[in-house]
Design a binder for this molecule. Sequence first.
Ligand SMILES: Cc1cc2nc3c(=O)[nH]c(=O)nc-3n(C[C@H](O)[C@H](O)[C@H](O)COP(=O)(O)OP(=O)(O)OC[C@H]3O[C@@H](n4cnc5c(N)ncnc54)[C@H](O)[C@@H]3O)c2cc1C
Length: 519
Amino acid sequence: MNYTKKPKVIVVGAGVAGLTTGIYLLDNGFDVEIYEKHYIAGGECTGWYRKGQYIDGCAHWIVGTEPTSELYPLWEHIGAFDGNPEIFPTEYLTKFQLKDGRFFTFYSDLDKLENEFLTFFPEDKRAIKRFLNTVKVYRFTHIPVKKPLDLMNWFQYLAYGISLLPMALPFAHYKHVSLERYIRHFKNEDLKSIFLRFLDPGYNIHSFFYVCQTFSKGDAGVVEGGSLAMMQRVAENFKRKGGKLFLNTPVDEVLIENKTAYGIRLENGQELRADYVVASTDAHHTLNKLLLRGKVRDKGFERQFKDDKANPVHSSMMLAYRTTHNMTDYPRMMDFMIDKPFNWMGCDYTHFAIRNFTFDKSLPSQNGETLLTVLLPTNEKVYQSLKALSPSEYKEKKAEFAGIFTKLILEKTGLKEDELELLDVTSPLTYERYTNAYKGSYMSFVTTDKTHGLMRPGLIKGLKNFVIAGQWIMPPGGLPIALFSGKHAAYRITKMAGKKFLNKEEKALALLKRFSIGR
Ligand SMILES: Cc1cc2nc3c(=O)[nH]c(=O)nc-3n(C[C@H](O)[C@H](O)[C@H](O)COP(=O)(O)OP(=O)(O)OC[C@H]3O[C@@H](n4cnc5c(N)ncnc54)[C@H](O)[C@@H]3O)c2cc1C
């Protein structure tokens, strides 16, 4: 290493994790270059335009939007909230239409939720109380955002362990209970279906408790302007701090000699040297392509990818529409039952949720039209079937899918045909093409009742000067995991360089900024 210069780090990928790693490394006196294959930064946290209409392709909720929460200062620090965008709280997860046509509101506030539950399902009073009490205990969950667990001293480790004590018992109890098994406690079929319409039956119930506790703390809002604008702010912040961002620059391989990473080779053949390399790309891509095309092994990840029963991945189809209808009185998120459930390419569809973007007046649109999106989970069969199609067949299948749901949307919302315009259809192949996401998955491994272990360190045994960041280090992934994994990767590199990690993000400062400027 040349000690007269700042140590140089190359980060592969400019998603949430890559940019976060870069920003924290710049704070710690490193030279940072990020290489990104796509023509924009943001990775899966993105949005795009069709016919002048902005389409948000990601954040339905962002954990860490509540100013006193542990993740808020990280978002603030990386620049996600630069310019003080409005943060829209999530009053409810979704309004679920029941069989009799009434809407059940899954409130974030637990008192309101209890009231709603008991009004609709009084026969399940005991099970509902038990559910809500467990959610309250899960509010003690928190992520070791300051530093990776294995780098804590024994005192910090002990303090972290003690802070989690209240939820130790429920966690141990529910760790291996699937959502499907948990809902057997309920008598009412509508109540069961609400749970199943929110998360897949194979999910561990632990994930459901986690989601509900986050909402109950008001810590899962969305940010004005959408995912694309948020990530553009983060990328600008990275560049302002002196980071170099190379877009349209796919990386072919990490260069390794004597079991030490020393740079990267771009797909155009150019070799670039660095003191450290961070891969913030999809973990499957990292292991099977970037790291000598699978020759550098990581048994833990290999086991996870191999055992797809215990660690499945989920992907999605997304339909984007704009409507000229005034949607102000419609819920922000509404979930409808499909009267005649059907199977499309191997995946069952029994319900669908429409996201109504009227809440965000800043979104660019034409003549006051509103964006509506419908995100529909898909499975491995859909991914494989779509992958086997020719380009024209693929186009036809997407049109077929959109046709089915357009009809359903018109039927359920009462919108007229000429009020609804289909703008775009994405599939797992879209996310695979743009971000190299494994099977087009939109999070990392689903946490099931068979999932073992949660957090991975992001280090490969026997490989020096290399760290993995990104949502795959902790199932089920998502934006919060990508965020803190980036900070952790920077922490590890700083430590490898023999330096003390300087934590420039300050909770008090973040709060002060939020409440003193322009609000
Ligand atoms: C439709 C959808 C909705 C979602 N909704 C939510 C939500 O509401 N809340 C939530 O918390 N999460 C949500 N997520 C998940 C969230 O977007 C991801 O968890 C997060 O963005 C992952 O960030 P990351 O940095 O770990 O990985 P990525 O975003 O995948 O970033 C990896 C980057 O590496 C780049 N790359 C890959 N290979 C190479 C290469 N060889 N060379 C150079 N660059 C490369 C990619 O292009 C990408 O930019 C959603 C995802 C999708 C797709």
